[in-house]
Design a protein around this ligand. Structure first.
Ligand code: SAM
Length: 279
């Protein structure tokens, strides 16, 4: 049984693991990540009771759809998120995009909004979108659906629960905080539930962005924020092409604060940093 977190991964092992992760989910574990991989793999070996790294690799190679592979991907990916993260995107939707877009859809006699949060982590992003849309839509006749997907079953489990600790909800701006969260539990253990009205708009699904997408859209806008940063350029290129195919004309693609489409071949028009429109 392996007890030490040190030196269990040779250079060659690191390549085997990073190739496997890359092939399966596009995450690019470049050389700078070797220490992180080392520490996280050691943890997986201990918790899974694997005697050697080779046993572990044999196990997951034989079962890349299985639980341990999912746990490995979980261990290699970062799930950092928060409610109304990069708030400028939500301001842009509220102030600039939605008023005109909704008027346009009304004119088409199509009062519906289809939104995709791709790489939704623990759910704060799609719920923030649900709250933003509920504030904007004052009539029952709007049909709103937010698809929220991730490769990690662990984060999806939290997301579906709609339950968040005090510190996750503390920074949520008003009026969202008082309108869309209800306290449950007591005193220091207090946590908050997202209200059913917002939860009902969001469907959480497991989806590996590298695989087939079992839906056609088109979406009015797509949030894929702080996900592409883990992928290399060819993978980003493929993904951006596929997002294009799944957007309505006039629809928007939002990326994370340190991501851009610069260097990729695409026909999106630039709206402002990290916001792109399909003309
Ligand atoms: C840093 S979080 C971003 C969460 C949210 N979009 C935000 O910006 O706050 C990145 C998420 O992408 C997910 N992810 C990574 N590779 C993926 C893939 N190939 N398919 C689907 N989701 C993936 C991870 O599981 C993680 O939850």
């Amino acid at each position: 049984m392996i007890n030490s977190t040190q030196d269990i991964i040779s250079e060659a092992d690191f390549r085997v693991i990073s190739d496997m992760v890359y092939r399966h989910c596009g995450i690019n574990l470049h050389d700078g990540k070797q220490e992180l991989v080392q520490a996280r793999i050691a943890k997986r070996l201990r918790s899974g009771g694997f005697a050697t790294l080779q046993d572990y690799l044999d196990h997951i190679e034989a079962d890349t759809g299985g639980q341990e592979f999912t746990a490995l991907i979980d261990a290699m990916s970062t799930n950092l998120t928060s409610f109304f993260r990069e708030i400028g995107h939500f301001d842009y939707l509220r102030q600039r995009f939605l008023p005109d877009w909704m008027a346009h859809k009304n004119k088409l006699n199509n009062p519906s909004l289809r939104v995709w949060s791709a790489g939704c982590s623990t759910g704060e992003e799609p719920y923030s979108l649900a709250m933003t849309l509920l504030e904007q839509v004052h009539s029952q006749h709007w049909d709103i659906k937010i698809l929220a997907t991730d490769i990690s079953t662990r984060v999806l489990h939290t997301a579906k629960s709609g339950l968040y600790s005090y510190d996750r909800v503390d920074g949520v701006p008003e009026p969202y905080r008082s309108r869309y969260f209800v306290p449950c539990g007591h005193s220091r253990e207090q946590s908050f539930h997202v209200v059913p009205e917002a939860r009902l708009l969001v469907s959480f699904r497991y989806l590996n962005l590298m695989n087939d997408w079992p839906f056609t859209g088109p979406f009015d806008f797509i949030f894929c924020r702080n996900v592409m940063i883990y992928f290399d350029k060819p993978t980003q290129q493929r993904l951006v092409n596929r997002f294009w195919d799944h957007l309505s004309d006039g629809g928007l693609l939002f990326t994370g604060h340190s991501e851009s489409l610069t260097g990729l071949d695409h026909s999106f028009s630039y709206v402002q940093p990290t916001i792109y429109r399909k003309p």
